[in-house]
Design a protein around this ligand. Structure first.
Ligand code: GDP
Ligand code: MG
Length: 201
């Protein structure tokens, strides 16, 4: 099995993250944790790229549709449909509009438990309920309530792979293998070598 330090995850700074001038802040959060940036590019995604991205996982529609119906019901509101797939189709249409509205920055971050730790720092999907100290909790105000009533996707600054399996599908969707760089940084020795040595002069 590959060493955990080689785990990779996909992060996308969404159009609102770029417009809010939060690129440096977002990159800095992952960088200071000790993760290593191994790929980065700016692009304006096509609708096909966004649809393809969200449909990589065949269960995504059912999961997101079910989650959305639950959150409508919890708020005492009627979901737009009782069929999770139909609700998910609506979410995908909104995501396509949002994600193709301007440039995004796609990145691959590498390091131990990269997928889990990037999600932890990024925070929950809905900024309103995302924890304090997370990027979505600290830098943006959106809610499902507002997004749904304005018929748009929730503006939450970032996409981050939700599991190792998701990352494994998402990274090749955004990057050719030649666009991912294999290199070392000195602090990896302090993070990962089995002994810390050669410090005292
Ligand atoms: P993420 O991995 O935290 O971005 O969340 P998901 O993969 O579950 O969802 C992706 C996107 O679908 C989110 O950024 C939202 O735009 C949308 N979405 C997810 N869950 C819901 C929901 O319960 N209600 C609505 N209206 N949109 C949702
Ligand atoms: Mg997700």
């Amino acid at each position: 099995m590959a060493h955990p330090k080689t785990e990779q995850t996909l992060v996308i700074v969404k159009p609102d993250g770029i417009q809010r001038a939060l690129i440096g802040e977002i990159i800095g959060r992952y960088e200071r944790l000790g993760l290593k940036l191994v790929a980065l590019k700016m692009l304006v995604p096509t609708e096909a790229m966004i649809e393809g991205h969200y449909l990589l996982d065949p269960n995504w529609k059912k999961n997101v549709g079910t989650k959305a119906i639950e959150s409508y019901t919890k708020k005492g509101e009627k979901p737009p449909s009782s069929d999770p797939i139909e609700v998910a189709n609506l979410v995908v249409e909104r995501l396509k509009r949002y994600m193709t509205s301007g440039p995004v920055i796609a990145m691959v971050w590498e390091g131990a438990h990269a997928v889990e730790l990037v999600r932890k720092i990024t925070g929950g999907t809905e900024p309103r309920s995302a924890s304090i100290g997370t990027i979505r909790g600290d830098f943006v105000v959106d809610s499902y309530q507002m997004a749904d009533s304005d018929n748009r996707a929730i503006r939450n600054l970032i996409h981050a792979s939700g599991s190792v399996a998701e990352a494994t599908m998402e990274i090749p969707h955004w990057f050719a293998s030649g666009e991912i760089t294999n290199y070392r940084v000195p602090h990896e020795a302090t993070l990962y070598d089995s002994d810390i040595k050669s410090i005292l002069g």
